[in-house]
Every structure is written in C-alpha cells, then in structure tokens.
Design a protein around this ligand. Structure first.
Ligand code: F0G
Length: 478
C-alpha cells in the first residue's frame, strides 16, 4: 500500500512527535512600536533585532530546535585541532546517512561552497544547476564563472500542481553538456563547443524555486547524462531529507521504501555534495563537503585549511560536529519528516483557505506568497514583495523575507534590475520551533493584509549596496 498523500486522512500526524523541554520567551510588540522600528531600519526586515519580531520566519537556517540527544552531544563533543573524536562521529554519520567516505567540515554551507568552488571553478567556467541558491551563484561568479539555471519551466508556474517542480530540465542539461570544449572520451570534440563545465550541481530541495523537490527519476537521468559527458555531479544537499520524504510521498515505487534508503539512493547518483547543516543537519551552525574522489578531497583540503581550519574541525568546535552528526541521523526519521512537511503544508492550506495567493504545491521548508497576485497593482519597479514583507511585520510582527527583485540584484553588465519570473515573500518555518497556533497567527496576519491590500504603497531604494543588496539595503515608502 502506498503511503497516504499530503492532505489525505492518516497522513498528517495527530500531533508533534516530540514534547517541549526548553522554551524561549517571545514578546509581542505594538503596532506603533513596529512602525517606528521598521522605519529606523529603512524598511528592511534584515535590520530588525530578533527580539522585535513575534514570529520569525526569515529563515529555516540555523533556527532549528535541537533535540535532547543533540544537546547531550554538546557535552560529549571533544575539542581538538587534529583528529577530534567528534570529527570521526561526523564522518560516520555522513557515511551512514549519505554514503560518502570523505568529509571536510566547514562552518556553514556557503563555506563548503567556497572551498569546493575554489578547488574546481576557474574564470570563464559555467556551472549548471536546477536553480542556484544565491550563495552558490555568488561563489561561482566570485570565481569568474557563470551560474546557469536549468530548472524545468514548471518551476516558474506558481500554480501548476505538479509533484517535482524542482527537476532540472534534462534536455537543456544534455544540450549544455554537449557544448563542452573538453571532448568526451571516444568522441570527437563537438563542432562549436564553447563551454568549460567543471561540474553540475542539483539543489535538493530547490530553495529558489520555492522549496520544490527533485524526483529520483530526474536525479538518476541527470546523473546518467553527466556520466556520459564525464562531468561530475554534486548535490547542494541542504534539505536532502525533506526532498527524500517528498519522493516517498509522491514518486511511484517509493511509498514503501524507508526515507533513509531513499536518501542513500539520491546520493548514490552523485560524486559528492555541499551541505549546510543549518537546515537538514538540525543544528544552529555547521556544514561540510562530502566526497568520493580522494584526488578532489586532497585538493579541497588545501583550501579548507586556508579558509576554515584543519580538515578535522573546519571552523567548528567538536561539540558542533557532534550535534550535526546526531542531527543527520535524526532528520531522516519518518515521524519527524511527516510532522515537518505536514506542518509547512498546514500553513499553506490555511492561507489558501483564506484566499491568500501562494506558490503551489507548498514546498518542504517554507510557504511562498505570490506577491504579483497579492499586489497586482504595484509595479515591479516598486518592489511589491519587499513592500509585502514590510506589511506582514507591521500587521502581526511576522518576519518573512523577500525573494524577488531586491534579492535578484542588478545585471552586472547592464546595471539594470533583474526581474525574476516570480516575485515572492518566503515564510520559512524553523524546524521543531513553532506550534500550529503560531502558524494560525501567521495566516491571520496575511489575511488581514490581503483585506487592505489596496492601501499598500511601494518602496524605493535610499541605499543600495553593490552586491547582495537585500541584506543591507534601505528603502523609503513611495
Ligand atoms: N544552499 C541552499 C539551497 C541554501 O538554502 C543555503 C542557505 C545555502 C546553500 C547556504 O548555506 O546559509 O549555511 O551558508 N539558505 C539560507 C536560507 C540562508 O535562508 O534559505 P549557509
């Protein structure tokens, strides 16, 4: 029997599969307080102190509640420069859950990208992905390369109810790899070959496409294409367990397979991964590179030492590695994942019932508001998703984040705004942190803003940093 699908009876667990053992007090602010605070930070929620936020959905990264076992691990972790016991625990967990023998710890995901991309990317290279997250894009560009998004067209349709909208377009991948300058063994170099492609990356789940999963069939086929063209394939594995759970729920033939096995199969198709432990590692800090190829490992450790630290600690304390090792084992627990994916889906359902336009189906770690349908009258030059983000804070003390034109930045060649196909506000749900009542407050906040959407005004930059402008930009109300 296949597992029940999202929304079907028996799918959503009756309640959280954990009890609350430690709590952190949060405080409500008043609307006048919030008016003053948001103006002080230039209408950019990144500038707010977290104490001024009631429900913080800025990110699901580094915001997880750790388990009792992870907290206990902090005490067990050993602090050592070389040969830390906790490093070996991490290595065992990575081998057990992902199947990779070689691990280089780093302080977070983008540090893993920095080390691996410094090792592999040269100026002029092209790195295809289903859709780059902003740090992988920035690291490729920082190395003088071009970051190419090859996600299927489905990802850009905010309401297409399809199971795997994170899939890479296999036809485009094939055509891109056929343009490699380096001839594949046994073949003549293709006429007009003009690209240098050091590796292909696939992001699971695809954050920039709304946390949409990638199917096993797509990973398998992409892996076959890459192997045929002799190009290594890596995963950006930040949310691999959520992706594996969607495969179990949605992909024929996987309903009765254990998520742990599904995850192992996903990783079996790739040469390695970069990992932000701050998501599916269930920790507040930490990441790593995992690899099979000892030669790449050797080259990467040189940069790891320079940027992060000796390869048996990589910028982390032993206790951080211990907590991440335990987190990796917990995150593939199916009761946890059913709760996790169901919790996010619950917010999506509540919003939909209230008539709030969202990206569908709901992804694994966040619900995305569709700002173009939410605020159809605000021109994109006035940053509607940023304006909506500000309004959610003012209305309910809820902090989401703009995933739209502000984030996309300007084209380096023309200096013009890049208008992405979707203009969204992401409401990312921290793992094991908020209750369903919190989510009800979030849905109510969105509904009230929707009711008065006609009054919302757009924004203009008063300060615009040249790179990653969304973090520190300031705006004024038009
Ligand atoms: N890859 C993906 C898919 C991510 O979502 C992130 C971070 C990273 C890499 C970088 O990892 O933060 O540990 O350096 N995403 C966070 C977010 C910041 O809010 O989505 P990091």
């Amino acid at each position: 029997m296949d597992s029940p699908k999202a929304g079907e009876p028996g799918w959503w667990p009756e309640a959280e599969p954990f009890r609350i053992k430690v709590v952190e007090t949060i405080r409500r602010t008043t609307r006048p307080e919030r008016e003053k605070l948001i103006e002080e930070v230039g209408f950019n929620v990144f500038g707010l102190r977290s104490e001024a936020v009631y429900i913080d959905l800025l990110t699901d990264s580094g915001t997880s509640a750790m388990s009792d076992a992870q907290w206990a691990g902090l005490m067990v972790g050993d602090e050592a420069y070389a040969g830390s016991r906790s490093f070996y625990r991490l290595q065992e967990a990575v081998a057990g859950v992902m199947g990779f023998p070689l691990v280089i710890p780093t302080h977070q995901g983008r540090a893993a990208e920095n080390v691996l991309f410094t090792t592999l990317v040269r100026p002029g290279d092209v790195v295809p992905n289903n859709m780059h997250f902003d740090t992988t894009r920035a690291h490729v560009e920082h190395r003088g390369g071009t970051a190419l998004d090859l996600v299927t067209e489905d990802a850009y349709d905010p309401v297409a109810d399809l199971p795997f909208k994170g899939n890479i377009d296999l036809d485009k991948l094939e055509k891109t790899l056929a343009r490699r300058q380096e001839p594949t063994a046994g073949t003549a170099p293709a006429a007009g070959a003009d690209l240098s492609i050091p590796f292909v990356l696939i992001t699971v789940t695809c954050n920039s496409a709304g946390g949409q999963p990638v199917s096993m069939a797509n990973l398998r086929a992409a892996s076959e294409i890459c192997r045929r063209h002799e190009v290594p394939l890596y995963l950006d594995a930040a949310r691999f367990a959520e992706n594996a759970f969607f495969i179990k729920l949605r992909e024929p033939g996987y309903g009765n397979r254990a998520v742990r096995e599904i995850a192992r199969e996903m990783f079996s198709y790739v040469d390695g991964c970069t990992m932000s432990g701050k998501k599916d590692g269930l920790v507040n800090i930490g990441g790593f590179i995992a690899l099979r190829d000892p030669e790449v490992y050797q080259r990467a450790t040189v940069w790891a030492v320079l940027f992060e630290g000796f390869p048996t600690y990589g910028g982390l304390a032993g206790r951080d590695m211990e907590a991440m090792a335990r987190g990796l084992e917990e995150v593939v627990d199916e009761d946890y994942l059913a709760y996790r994916v169901g919790h996010v889906a619950y917010l999506g359902r509540s919003l939909k019932e209230a008539g709030v336009p969202i990206i569908e189906p709901v992804g694994g770690h966040a619900v995305y508001l569709d700002a173009l349908r939410f605020l159809p009258n605000l021109p994109r030059e006035q940053y509607p998703a940023q304006a909506l983000t500000v309004e959610l804070y003012l209305e309910g003390g809820v902090r989401g984040v703009e995933i739209g034109t502000v984030l996309a930045g300007r084209d380096p060649a023309t200096g013009e705004n890049r208008f992405p196909r979707l203009e969204m506000v992401r409401l990312a749900i921290p793992r094991r942190v908020y209750t369903r009542q919190h989510l009800d407050v979030v849905a109510g906040t969105c509904r009230r803003v929707l009711e008065r959407r006609g009054q919302l005004r757009g924004l203009a930059f008063t300060h615009e940093p040249p790179v990653l402008r969304h973090f520190t930009a300031r705006f004024e109300r038009l």
